[in-house]
Design a protein. Structure first.
Lengths: 345, 93
């Protein structure tokens, strides 16, 4: 008889939901919250939504197994997704499998990073993904369950078991879920996926291995220049991996801040340049030991200043959220990339 | 009730076993490989010094990844495979 790990379909006899959750926890399949039961019939409905997308998946590190659509869908079912969410989940998995994303490193690290999932294009409205008020928070099933489904796939398919392969010192609530939609309707510039070369009519999922959102609160500044002073000052932090200067970061601008910046003539490109220059960290804020480490590993200061990121291009900018004078900075793991994948269908 | 196993996948690794030649830790060339985290080099330097009490150490060398967060590049792995019979990895954190 095959070990459970080698069986794609398992007969678990008569189990109610509670018994299944106990069983799943014993197998190590759970993120600690209740799971839906991935019956064959439910999984089949999910798999039907991605028929036609026949590109093979590469082996998923660190475990190095090639998932089946059924095993991927089982995780989406357990997360509480509706079948129509599954193409987004499947595309998000393709995103984290971009070699530059460095999935093994991002899952095994002691850093707190978790996959940040951003959805662009028409599918946001088709699925009801929250792009407005509280977009990083609770209350919307697709936001909650798409991010959770990716997390469960990384647990069960990639093998990122906390305390074993996932060595994160403290973790991050985003390891449960972190999925939101761009607020393209209140973005006075170009939507993020169009910045990345996709058509406006494409639906795209973007993933980055990041920290939780760092709030950028500015109720007082009435100019774009003032806002960028606040943003850059908050991004200039010696305790984020970005201070190593080796990876990307997201700046998610709230619509009110975006309107002020646009009114004052700022573009995505000029915001990026201003933030890169103004967010440099002065050497006096970095310990001598860390300065020596950064310098010896190739991240040399520019005079007395350490840049965050390798260049302004490491700062990825878009708009999300609702009314209010807040934006967000999301630093990444560092040795990773921001990967965008068109959602099939 | 039949469910789909959420951890199921097809193994991408070969079942072929690699036969390793035995390493003579008393004489063979050894690579001391750092993961580039702070203090990894110091840890390896301590090991090299201790080995010096029992063997020659002029064929024990330090190597490192070029980033703590990235996999070891192929050229480093090839260098280890080509020049050393044993490797000790320091995973400092």
């Amino acid at each position: 008889m095959k070990d459970i790990a080698e069986q794609e379909v398992i007969d678990i006899g008569d189990m109610d939901v509670e018994a299944f959750n106990d069983f799943a926890a014993e197998q190590g399949w759970s993120d600690g919250m209740p799971l839906y039961v991935p019956t064959e019939a439910k999984v089949a409905k999910f798999v039907d939504t991605v028929r036609g997308d026949n590109r093979p998946y590469p082996p998923v590190p660190p475990r190095q197994i090639v998932p089946t659509l059924q095993s991927m869908a089982a995780n989406a079912v357990m997360a509480g997704c509706k079948p129509e969410y599954f193409p987004v989940v499947a595309a998000a998995l393709r995103g984290v499998l971009d070699p530059e994303y460095n999935l093994h490193g991002t899952l095994a690290t002691t850093h707190s990073c978790a996959p940040v999932v951003m959805v662009s294009g028409p599918i946001r409205h088709e699925l009801g993904i929250n792009c407005g008020s509280n977009c990083f928070g609770q209350g919307w099933r697709p936001n909650a369950t798409i991010g959770r489904a990716l997390g469960l796939m990384l647990l069960n398919i990639a093998g990122a078991k906390p305390g074993e392969m996932d060595r994160s010192t403290q973790g991050n609530p985003a390891k449960y879920t972190f999925c939101f939609g761009e607020n393209e309707e209140e973005n006075p510039w170009t939507p993020y996926h169009v910045q990345r070369g996709f058509a406006p009519s494409d639906s795209v999922v973007t993933v980055m291995s990041g920290e939780g959102p760092h709030n950028l609160n500015d109720h007082g500044s009435t100019t774009g220049d003032g806002l960028l002073t606040t943003f850059a000052g908050s991004m200039s932090t010696p305790g984020a991996n970005t201070v190593y200067g080796k990876g990307p970061m997201l700046v998610i601008i709230g619509p009110e801040h975006a309107a002020t910046l646009k009114r004052d003539g700022f573009t995505i490109e000029s915001i990026r340049e201003e933030l890169f220059q103004r967010s440099r960290v002065h050497a006096s804020r970095i310990s001598k030991e860390n300065q020596d480490t950064y310098t010896s590993t190739g991240h040399k200061p520019d005079g007395d200043w350490f840049t965050i990121g390798r260049s302004a291009a490491d700062i990825h900018i878009t708009v999300a959220g609702g009314p209010g004078k807040h934006s967000a900075f999301i630093p990444s793991f560092g040795g990773t990339t921001v990967a965008s994948v068109r959602i099939a269908g | 009730m039949r469910i789909v196993n959420p951890s199921f996948g097809i193994s991408a690794t070969s079942a072929e076993k690699v036969t390793l030649k035995p390493v003579n830790w008393a004489t063979d060339a050894i690579a001391l490989v750092s993961n580039s985290k702070p203090n990894a080099r110091e840890l390896l330097a301590g090991i090299r010094e201790k080995l010096g009490a029992t063997r020659q150490i002029d064929n024990i060398d330090f190597l490192s990844k070029n980033s703590a967060s990235q996999p070891a590049p192929a050229d480093v792995l090839e260098k280890v495979a080509a020049n050393y019979r044993g490797a000790l990895l320091a995973i400092a954190d």
